[in-house]
Design a protein around this ligand. Structure first.
Ligand SMILES: Nc1ncnc2c1ncn2[C@@H]1O[C@H](COP(=O)(O)OP(=O)(O)OP(=O)(O)O)[C@@H](O)[C@H]1O
Ligand SMILES: [Mg+2]
Length: 385
């Protein structure tokens, strides 16, 4: 039999057929962007923020007077790099051809002599180096460049800034945020979309009165994709390769991965690899899951080595169904020290990206790690305490 490619996508941004609808947040975002409302989008890691914004940009590709520029702050460590990546993204978004971009750089980048380099494909690989003189005096012009260009070209520019929490890594984070906010709040043709996954850091940036970006825009918390949306999606993905899977088995797949976007796709892929016949059964999904646990074994052992005993005790208590961690009974039963210790433990588990505390709910950042702890690390000993 001929080997087919997998109908599941992992790790890349998804859109089109690979994208579960998310109809409501899409509509909400489209309305915000058309209305020029600055938007902050927050969710734990790998729930699908970047894919969602990309999908909305696809949704709006017919709006002739709206353009999207994408900036990723993941590797940005200096103010200069911030400006370079932003300027680059805006020039790319507003100029279709290489000649147009060169002309735009000439016309709109003032005060500094830019170095431009093109990659193998000049339309997708285009980078800019700005030799900024010391200090922030010359920055203003570059900070206003998105607005100047959008106005000149009579378009609304949606400036999408991913991994925004990395702004905290710049040498003078608050000072730079003040400069940014002062400039951005005058922008009329630019709509800013800011997203990131470190919920606490993002909330501090946007919800603390003392911070420059306090009340900068509409703060949206992205939910998980709902089970009733996952089930038909998984069925369709299998059907696209002429294989069957029942709704019950799809439900089981999403449930095992706690409806986590990345991990449902990951398990879908693992189950797909194991489906040699026409039908994917529950036993096959379970086998796919065991494959994933095998693959991650070494990684998870290392993760556990990095946790302290009280942190592991907390996770064990959580897996035992404990909801109130600061009661005397729980503290004693799971050796958590004291209620002050509990706070320290939860902070550490959040910083180490093991858990995220969303309202009253505790979310596992990696649902596969949860299963590994339950089934392999503690196994039969989990509930012995
Ligand atoms: N709407 C969706 N439908 C189906 N799968 C999705 C969807 N959104 C995300 N995914 C899956 O989750 C993975 C992670 O998505 P994405 O990179 O968009 O998340 P993110 O929240 O931006 O992650 P990070 O916090 O790491 O930046 C994708 O590679 C894809 O497998
Ligand atoms: Mg992302």
């Amino acid at each position: 039999m001929e080997e087919e490619d997998s109908p599941f996508l992992i790790g890349t941004l998804v859109s089109g057929d690979s994208f579960v609808d998310r109809e409501w947040p899409r509509k909400h975002l489209r309305t915000n962007f058309r209305s020029g409302i600055n938007t902050i989008l927050i969710s734990p890691r790998r729930w699908g923020k970047s894919s969602l914004i990309r999908q909305v940009s696809v949704d709006m590709s017919r709006d002739k007077d709206v353009r999207f520029a994408f900036v990723d702050l993941f590797h940005v460590r200096t103010e200069q790099e911030f400006l370079e990546r932003t300027t680059e993204a805006v020039i790319k978004a507003l100029g279709k051809t290489m000649d147009q971009r060169m002309a735009d750089v000439k016309e709109f980048v003032r005060g500094v002599v830019p170095q431009i380099s093109f990659g193998v494909d000049p339309l997708s690989e285009f980078s800019l180096k700005l030799n900024l003189p010391e200090g922030r005096r010359d920055m203003q012009d570059l900070l206003d460049l998105p607005e100047r260009m959008a106005r000149a070209k009579k378009v609304r520019l949606v400036l999408c800034i991913d991994e925004f929490q990395n702004i905290a890594m710049l040498p003078d984070p608050v000072g730079f945020q003040k400069v940014l906010r002062a400039s951005w709040q005058h922008h009329k043709a630019v709509c800013h979309v800011i997203y990131g996954s470190k919920r606490h850091m993002m909330m501090d940036l946007f919800n603390k009165q003392s911070m420059p970006f306090y009340r900068f825009g509409d703060v949206m918390f992205l939910d998980k994709i709902r089970r009733e949306d996952w089930v038909p999606f998984i069925q369709k993905r299998f059907a696209s390769r002429k294989k069957n899977i029942t709704a019950d088995v799809c439900d089981f797949m999403a449930e095992r991965m706690q409806d986590h976007s990345y991990h449902v796709q990951l398990l879908g892929h693992a189950a797909w690899l194991r489906t040699t016949g026409r039908i994917c059964t529950k036993a096959i999904v379970e086998r796919g899951l065991q494959d994933l646990l095998n693959q991650h074994d070494a990684l998870y052992h290392r993760l556990v080595d990095d946790l302290t005993t009280p942190q592991l005790n907390y996770l064990r208590a959580l897996l035992n169904g404990v909801e109130r961690f600061t009661t005397m009974e729980t503290i004693r039963r799971f050796s958590l020290g004291s209620s002050a210790h509990v706070k320290r433990i939860t902070n550490a588990l959040e910083n180490k990206e093991v858990l995220d505390f969303v309202g009253k709910k505790t979310e596992w950042i990696d649902p596969l790690f949860k299963i590994w702890l339950e089934e392999r690390f503690w196994g039969g000993r989990l509930r012995m305490i």
